[in-house]
Ligand binder design. Structure first.
Ligand code: HPA
Length: 282
């Protein structure tokens, strides 16, 4: 058994002592979107800091705890706040919460984030369904001894974001009358925002939105056989696309403004999730 896996097992055993709750889906809440967990029917919660060997979120606007409960009758574990590579954690450490959710039974992962628009047709307040991603400047979270209990050494990444879940997300948005863009998300290391030249380069690479999270978590989830869906909340135009300098506070404010619509969309998506056979032998 690898060291990384025994650490995860210890954290899973601790969580199991605290609650027998078995989530069907896991949800990661991005910057400014954390309030989702406060409105849920909560059964239990565990701070990342309570879990042995777990990374703690140090970012303003990220609380760093698991909330177990029901959203419209679907049993979910919500990660209220995430840990980022730019905080100094390894890429592998940033995906520990997702892997723990998998060990606790979650088969589906819904990832949310705030992102800067690279696509010139997007505007702050728009939502973008992630159809694919580009990981840039961050190593794969799978580097290191493979955790065979979770998945294979060389996992396929040709459909990271489930086509079936994307359809469900599109249907959920249509039912609510919410417009949903669809595009490619690029994860950078952060913590600095990009330069205008980098944004032009990312546009040429095929990216529609940029942020500092999500792709690593999606990779770890696919490795562990989870179905993945990702939705970005466009909080700003990326560097060089407007005259205003970028700030974390503006990102949080824009995300908080969009939060009620975002909440409705994610809730509608969660309510329609069906159980599927798990692929990982966890
Ligand atoms: N760049 C990187 N990350 C972000 C941005 C951005 O413009 N907006 C929100 N997260």
């Amino acid at each position: 058994m690898t060291e990384a896996y025994s650490k995860l097992r210890r954290a899973a055993d601790y969580a199991r002592e605290r609650t027998a709750f078995s989530p069907r889906a896991a949800l990661v809440l991005g910057s400014g979107l954390g309030a989702f967990a406060d409105d849920m029917e909560e059964v239990a919660s565990i701070g990342y800091g309570e879990l042995p060997g777990f990374p703690e979120s140090t970012v303003e606007g990220h609380r760093g705890r698991f909330v177990f409960g029901y959203e419209r009758a679907t049993p979910v574990v919500v990660m209220q706040g995430r840990v980022h590579y730019y905080e100094g954690y390894s890429a592998e450490e940033t995906v520990m919460p997702v892997r723990l959710a998998r060990l606790l039974g979650a088969e589906t992962l819904i990832l949310t984030n705030s992102a800067g628009a690279i696509n010139a047709d997007y505007a702050p307040g728009d939502f973008m369904l992630i159809c694919d991603h580009i990981l840039r400047g961050v190593p794969s979270p799978l580097i290191g001894p493979n955790i065979g209990e979770l998945g294979p050494r060389f996992p396929d990444m040709s459909e990271v974001y489930s086509g079936e879940l994307r359809k469900k997300a599109r249907d959920a948005a249509a039912r609510l009358g919410i417009a949903l863009r669809e595009g490619v998300y690029l994860q950078t290391s952060g913590p600095n925002f990009e330069t205008p030249a980098e944004i032009r380069a990312y546009r040429a690479l095929g990216a529609d939105a940029v942020g500092m999270s999500t792709a690593c978590e999606a990779i770890a989830a696919r490795h562990a056989g989870m179905r993945v869906c990702g939705v970005s909340c466009v909080s700003n135009l990326a560097a060089g696309m407007s005259s205003a300098p970028l700030t974390h506070e503006d990102v949080q404010t824009a995300a908080a403004e969009a939060a009620p619509r975002f909440r409705a969309l994610i809730s509608e998506l969660l309510s329609g999730l069906q159980r599927t056979a798990g692929a990982a032998g966890a």
